[in-house]
Design a protein around this ligand. Structure first.
Ligand SMILES: [Cu+2]
Length: 414
């Protein structure tokens, strides 16, 4: 490579690094829209407090429903786990419950299931981190819920005390750490000696022009390439490696006579009902204006109760749109993922009444989080309409409808 090309490459690499602005969030918008809105709906999510010291807990609570509209192109959900989605091991998961049951590992999940979760995370690394709950589904991947920023302040100390089955109390954060480090280092040392022996002292690698002249099985001791002395030293290194293995096995067997294979703890969480059945909803179509981020859904709602009900929220993937003002929105979840839905007509739906409703959502969240498909062969949105009755009870009804785009935002060209 000539000097000019090298210089321009270096300049480009520098610009790429220097020009990068601080990355917000961590790619939650990256998934295809159908992966968010057709698979699941997260709601009532809370991440608190927003600021802790190292070693202190952050609690993530909320609910997720695996929608009945789960795309047929994906493997059926059967096994899942609620996981914290954070940038790297900056928190440690201390505790997790699904529908009130302690969940060390995964759980058996099903379409239509509602899973109420609670996770306790301990701050490990100081910094400002975006914390999401996620639903990791076997065969599909992790579906990300709404996130909130949490600042972990330096100053505290991180510890993870644990009692083993034997009754021994350990700190998981440091347990066995120095042994693992030094033992690995010993193996590394053997490798380094071998590597330096053949690259610094011998001419095998450094003088490729010479070694290439020889046939593969020629040691060429006459020109001093691989001598009987080299064979002897290599046998010593191989012997040391075997000694290390035998010492390791013997030590492990004598020191830890009780060994148990790593356990998988799967649970079937108790099922959670979505509440009293209040309404039947038939969505008859939707339009999406890409230029103004406006989604309009038409639906026919039948009130099944003997008292009036009203639409409280519309939940779309990781976002919640609230039929209410600032106060109601602040309570609905992490603020960046909460918007407003306008319901027309506004009045509550009377007992037994069937009414045609128009839900209008005009929000940047739709395009920022890519919740509505605009350039896909299947243009669907699915979500939960949340009804509330006069006594504060609620019901979530899954709807699915096709979306017709009314305007496209220009792409590629300014
Ligand atoms: Cu994020």
């Amino acid at each position: 490579m000539d000097k000019r090309r090298l210089t321009s490459l270096l300049v480009m690499a520098f610009l790429a690094v220097a020009g990068a602005t601080r990355a917000f969030a961590h790619g939650e918008a990256g998934d295809e829209p159908f992966l968010k809105n057709m698979t699941s709906a997260f709601y009532d999510v809370s991440v608190s407090p927003a600021e802790v010291q190292v070693g202190q807990p952050v609690t993530v609570t909320g609910k997720v429903k695996i929608l009945e509209t789960w795309p047929y192109t994906l493997q059926e959900p059967g096994m899942a786990a609620i996981v914290p989605v954070v940038p790297g091991p900056v928190f440690a998961l201390q505790n997790r419950t699904i529908n009130g049951q302690s969940s060390v590992g995964s759980f058996f999940a099903e379409k239509g299931g509602i899973y109420e979760f609670k996770m306790t995370l301990l701050g490990k690394e100081p910094g400002n981190w975006h914390v999401h709950p996620g639903l990791a589904v076997k065969g599909t991947g992790t579906l990300v819920g709404p996130g909130a920023w949490v600042t972990v302040q330096p100053g505290g100390t991180f510890a993870f005390p644990l009692t083993l089955l034997s009754g021994e109390k350990i700190d998981l954060n440091t347990y066995g750490g120095s042994f693992v480090w030094w033992w690995s280092f010993l193996g590394f040392l053997l490798g380094v000696v071998w590597m330096f022996y053949w690259t610094l002292v011998k001419r095998t690698v450094t003088n490729l022009a010479v070694t290439l002249q020889l046939s593969p099985n020629d040691d060429a001791p006459d020109i001093g390439l691989i001598t009987p002395r080299d064979h002897m030293w290599m046998n010593v290194l191989a012997g040391l490696a075997i000694v290390m293995l035998v010492v390791g096995w013997t030590y492990a067997t004598r020191r830890y006579p009780v060994r148990w294979v790593q356990q998988t703890d799967w649970i079937s969480p108790p099922s959670l009902a979505s509440g009293e059945k209040m309404a039947e909803v038939n969505a008859s179509g939707a339009t999406y204006d890409d230029a103004t981020d406006t989604l309009i859904i038409k639906a026919r709602v039948k009130n099944l109760l003997t008292s009036e009900i009203s639409v409280k929220q519309f939940i779309l993937g990781m976002a919640t749109f609230v039929n209410g003002g600032e106060q109601d929105q602040a309570k609905a979840g992490p603020r960046d993922f909460v918007g407003q839905v306008a319901v027309d007509p506004k009045t509550p739906i009377a007992a037994g009444e069937t009414r045609d409703l128009t839900l209008t959502i005009s929000s940047k969240i739709l395009s920022d989080e890519r919740l509505v498909p605009v350039r896909a062969p299947q243009q669907f949105v699915a979500g939960l309409v949340r009804f509330e009755n006069a006594r504060g009870g609620d019901d979530l009804v899954t709807i699915r409808t096709s979306v017709v785009p009314t305007q496209f935002r220009p792409r590629y060209l300014p």
